[in-house]
Design a protein around this ligand. Structure first.
Ligand code: UDP
Length: 479
């Protein structure tokens, strides 16, 4: 460990909250478990924000690369996708390419052991190559979700057919996907639009990296991992997840409200409902979901955000967006809790009263749920979530998809039927619970780090650093 301190590991996430958080938890894990000096690189405003949320004991070095959003037709403070309206997000993607010269200078000065970069910063593999530095892409998503994401963007299969269902040419082992499983930016893509130009450009460089790291677990994500391995690019694929995130809690959340309330509920009686950190559903879907929750007579915690038609960061108006008197009734009956904006998700999922999760299937939520043996009712809304939901239902058997997207029509009778299926004593519900508990054990085993036994994720992380060290030794011998 003391020797490792002399080696520098450069961590370089894309400028979006959903990327920064898992990269930071990876950075902390590398610092704590491996003892390397970790340099976390990003644009000035993101680094400034991070400075305040780092644990006081960490020695992670934060480095800002100069970036001027205004030079790219963006608002001056726009250094993260989270603060941008949808039409401007793609501009930030293109603007991020301007980081290359200063990143190159940094690498030439640091001579690090390795670079761990975002999938949207694949260009950094060229920089690594230039200086003989080991390079890896870290995917905060799962391998199944990412191999489908990759294939859809590279082939744009929906552009070549009028059919609503299509197979992916490079993934014969994966059942066809439906047009409704495409995120809006892919649906509208044609290969020459700004989204295609950026994403295809980066994904095509994916395999010029020296290895791929996934925040996933071998025993959970076998199909996706083997699809990447079978691409015969010769580069190793390591499943190192789940990275522990100690940073998902935002200050000011209603921790005690939720946990005290859960303490008062019987074991396995509560349904948790959340669409992640940046998604929400439509106002008609919200009404239907509320009706179903009320009719189900099950206990629930629902993290509510204004519907898609409104500013997601504005105040939630229950009287307007939920059936009349909904919140009063569920509070009087002590049946449910509406949490505004942010809930202590990991603690809710690990509470013994929680039985199931209506989730948008963001990969962090998936891992957090399965790590606690909690089955899922999927309601994917964008990006890789559609494919995560497909994995969980078709390959793993821990989920049933309840709805898709935030524009589709959903009926409360259908939602109610699925709530009963997973919360009631049905054969399917029991099977999903049993399977989720098996996956919980698989995840636990992958993370075991004992003298006499190391789980698959721990071994994968060791192998990754051996490979990086081997490249460094080769380079030094040749010099
Ligand atoms: N999260 C939370 N409380 C909330 C909503 C989200 O703690 O009210 C955390 C959740 O535990 C997870 C992350 O935010 O770690 C969301 O990541 P995910 O990949 O599931 O979805 P995204 O928000 O990126 O779409």
């Amino acid at each position: 460990m003391a020797q490792n301190k002399e080696e520098n590991v450069v961590i370089f996430p894309f400028m979006a909250q959903g990327h920064m958080i898992p990269f930071l938890s990876l950075a902390l894990q590398i610092e704590q478990k491996k003892g390397y000096t970790v340099t976390f690189v990003n644009t000035p405003l993101n680094i400034e924000k991070l400075r305040h949320s780092l644990p006081p004991t960490t020695t992670i070095r934060l480095v800002s690369l100069p970036f001027s959003a205004a030079d790219h037709g963006l608002p001056p403070e726009a250094e993260s996708t989270d603060v941008l309206p949808y039409p401007l997000i793609v501009r930030l993607f293109h603007a991020s390419l301007s980081l290359k010269p200063s990143f190159t200078r940094l690498i030439s000065e640091l001579s690090p052991l390795c670079i761990i970069a975002d999938m949207f910063f694949c260009w950094s593999a060229e920089v690594a190559n230039q200086f003989g530095v080991f390079h890896s892409i870290f995917n905060a998503g799962g391998a199944y979700g990412m191999v489908l994401y990759y294939s859809v963007w590279i082939h744009l299969p929906h552009c070549h057919t009028d059919s609503d269902e299509f197979s992916l040419p490079d993934l014969p082992e994966i059942s066809p996907i439906h047009r409704s499983q495409l995120a809006n930016n892919v649906k509208d893509a044609n290969g020459t639009d700004p989204w295609s130009v950026f994403i295809q450009g980066q994904l095509q460089l994916w395999f010029s990296s020296d290895g791929l790291l996934f925040n996933t677990v071998e025993g959970l994500d076998q199909t996706g991992l083997s699809c990447f391995r079978r691409k015969k690019t010769g580069i190793p694929v390591w499943a190192i997840g789940p990275t522990r995130s100690s940073l998902t809690e935002k200050p000011g959340n209603d921790r005690n409200g939720c946990i005290d309330w859960l303490d008062s509920c019987p074991q396995d009686s509560v349904l948790y409902v959340s669409f992640g950190s940046q998604n929400t559903i439509s106002s008609t879907q919200m009404m239907e979901l509320a009706k179903a929750l009320e009719a189900s007579s099950k206990n629930f915690i629902w993290v509510v955000r204004p519907p898609v038609e409104f500013d997601i960061n504005s105040e939630f108006i229950a009287d307007e967006w939920l059936p009349e008197g909904f919140e009063d009734r569920i509070t009087e009956q002590n049946r449910g809790l509406l949490v505004r904006k942010w809930a202590p998700q990991v603690e809710i999922l690990s509470h013994k009263s929680t039985r199931a999760f209506i989730s948008h299937c963001g990969w962090n939520s998936v891992l957090e749920s399965l790590s606690q043996g909690v089955p899922i009712l999927g309601w994917p809304i964008g990006a890789d979530q559609y494919y995560n939901s497909k994995l969980l239902e078709e390959e793993v058997g821990v989920s049933v998809e309840m709805a898709r997207g935030n524009r589709s029509e959903v009926k409360h009778e259908h939602i109610l039927r699925l709530i009963d299926l997973v919360m009631g004593e049905t054969e399917k519900g029991e099977k999903m619970k049993k399977k989720a508990c098996e996956v919980k054990e698989i995840i636990r085993d992958a993370m075991r780090d004992e003298e006499s036994y190391k789980g698959s994720s721990v071994r994968a992380m060791d192998e990754f650093f051996h490979a990086a060290m081997a490249m460094k030794t080769r380079k030094e011998t040749q010099a």
